[in-house]
Design a protein around this ligand. Structure first.
Ligand SMILES: *Cc1c(COP(=O)(O)O)cnc(C)c1O
Length: 374
């Protein structure tokens, strides 16, 4: 290539106008001893599960000359069984759809129910991928309100829905990055408001629900055909590298997303791996119990040190306040611990790691507090 071509950047390319000047999603992946910044599960998959994955993947490999099961029926059946067992609501395979991470599930939903000329609302601060996927699918984004204590103000949210009449409403429970869970009656009211306004699709992102003190909102699916519950194996199942997300909804919603999904989007290897992981659900949920205890310990100890901590139902904790969150983030990083600055003023987020990792984190923020008080 000539020198002239080398100076070409993204914005010199004929890309879509709304993508110009934007940056991709990304948490800094820095090489530090204690990484508590991406809400990953700190426990590697247990060896018996690793062996089972190898077995099932070998089986799948023998058929890789063929396309995979396009409808992932066996996997959806097992996911439905898991939801029924843990969610206090009967779910069948026809209620479930799966894709490469819940991000792909959300993208398929916005491709189907959002898109050019349509809008989606989310109550911020919340998961930044909701607005990024909206942008990627040409869906207009409406940042909705939240209270000072990071809970959803139902009246304000109802007003925003009535005013903007969005096609898609996102509710994240437990919410990322704040950790706050949403009560069932809040979702009931937002659903009613969304139906009165348009009607629109209401998506409850339950990526962290296994870590919650509260039950899943799955029972709300009863009699609500425009409600979707989105889930993932990235957090509680400790399988972020697998890329497996799924949803539960009325069968018509499952039929609708098939209009936009790429054929054979879920590889035979992915389906086999996810099925193996689901065979070990009980072991994996055992780790979740340990992480919940560690999360509760982080909340208690951070408060004892003197930080302000947001109630958490997730595998992470939001804490502050800092006069300058980014400065505090750097000071903690200098002590060998990577946490997340999500851009929430005065606050940082720490993922619950192993007890040793959490101790290292607590030591770092204890020192930081002393320094600030000095
Ligand atoms: C981590 C996370 C996800 C998970 O996305 P995957 O694509 O399944 O890895 C979804 N929603 C929220 C709110 C998250 O924080």
């Amino acid at each position: 290539m000539s020198d002239k071509n080398d100076t070409i950047g993204i914005d010199d390319l004929p890309i879509r106008e709304e993508l110009k000047g934007q940056s991709p999603y990304g948490a800094p992946q820095l090489d530090v001893p204690v990484q508590l910044n991406t809400n990953e599960n700190p426990y590697p998959l247990p060896e018996p599960l690793v062996a089972r994955i190898a077995e099932r993947v070998a089986e799948a490999a023998r058929g890789l000359n063929r396309y995979p099961d396009r409808d992932a029926v066996e996997l959806r059946t097992e996911l439905a069984r898991y939801l029924t067992r843990t969610g206090k609501h009967p779910v069948a395979a026809e209620n479930v759809w799966a894709a490469n991470g819940s991000n792909e599930v959300l993208q398929q939903l916005l491709q189907t129910f959002g898109g050019p000329g349509r809008t989606a609302i989310g109550f911020e601060p919340s998961y930044s991928m909701h607005s990024l996927i909206a942008r990627g699918t040409g869906t207009g984004w409406i940042p909705g309100p939240r209270r000072e204590d990071f809970t959803i103000d139902v009246e304000a949210a109802e007003e925003a829905i009535a005013e903007h009449r969005p096609d898609v409403v996102f509710v994240t429970s437990p919410n990322n990055p704040t950790g706050t869970a949403v009560e069932a009656r809040v979702v009931e009211r937002l659903y009613a408001a969304a139906q009165a306004a348009r009607p629109s699709l209401v998506v409850v992102d339950e990526a962290y629900v296994e870590f919650s003190h509260r039950d899943s909102l799955l029972p709300l699916l009863e009699g609500r055909p425009h409600l979707v519950i989105s889930r993932t194996m990235s957090k509680a199942f400790g399988a972020a590298g697998l890329r497996l997300g799924y949803l539960a909804a009325h069968p018509a919603v499952v039929d609708a997303v098939q209009l936009v999904r790429l054929p054979y989007h879920l590889s035979a290897v992915t389906q086999a791996t996810a099925l193996a992981a689901l065979e070990h659900t009980d072991t994996l949920l055992g780790y979740v119990e340990q992480l919940k205890a560690e999360r509760d310990r982080l909340v208690a100890e951070l408060r004892a040190i003197g930080y302000e901590v947001t109630e958490s139902d997730a595998n992470f904790v939001q804490f502050g306040r800092f006069p300058d969150a980014h400065e505090a983030w750097k000071s903690i990083l200098d002590r060998g611990v990577l946490v997340r600055d999500n851009g929430v003023p005065g606050r940082l987020r720490v993922t619950a790691g192993t007890p040793e990792e959490n101790d290292a984190f607590l030591d770092a923020v204890r020192e930081l507090k002393k320094e600030q008080n000095a």
